[in-house]
Design a binder for this molecule. Sequence first.
Ligand SMILES: [Zn+2]
Length: 117
Amino acid sequence: MNPQLMLLLEIQDLYLQKTALLEEPGFDSVQEKHFNIDPRTAAEALDEKIEELKEGLDPAIQLRCERGFPTLGRMVVPVIGGVCYGCFVSIPTSRVGDQNQGVETCESCGRFIYAPR
Ligand SMILES: [Zn+2]
């Protein structure tokens, strides 16, 4: 898998966890009660890590990330059976074939796409 794509998946994971910490109803109280973690402190730590990882991204990908994550949430989606799992539109399989070429995006929704093994 393209190293940039692996980095993106890692960033996405941290981002989605941060979102869950701050937005999921009841999630923060459970965390605080059982694990003694303040969700806001935890979210800040995730944010720091996200910023750190983002520095490893190409500037164009970084920019797309900054625009995409707040509105789309999940920015990196699989293509299965020729269908983008971000918007469920068909994508020519040739576009996700060789992932060493670079990071591909869905023309319909703009998300980063990858073919799972
Ligand atoms: Zn799409």
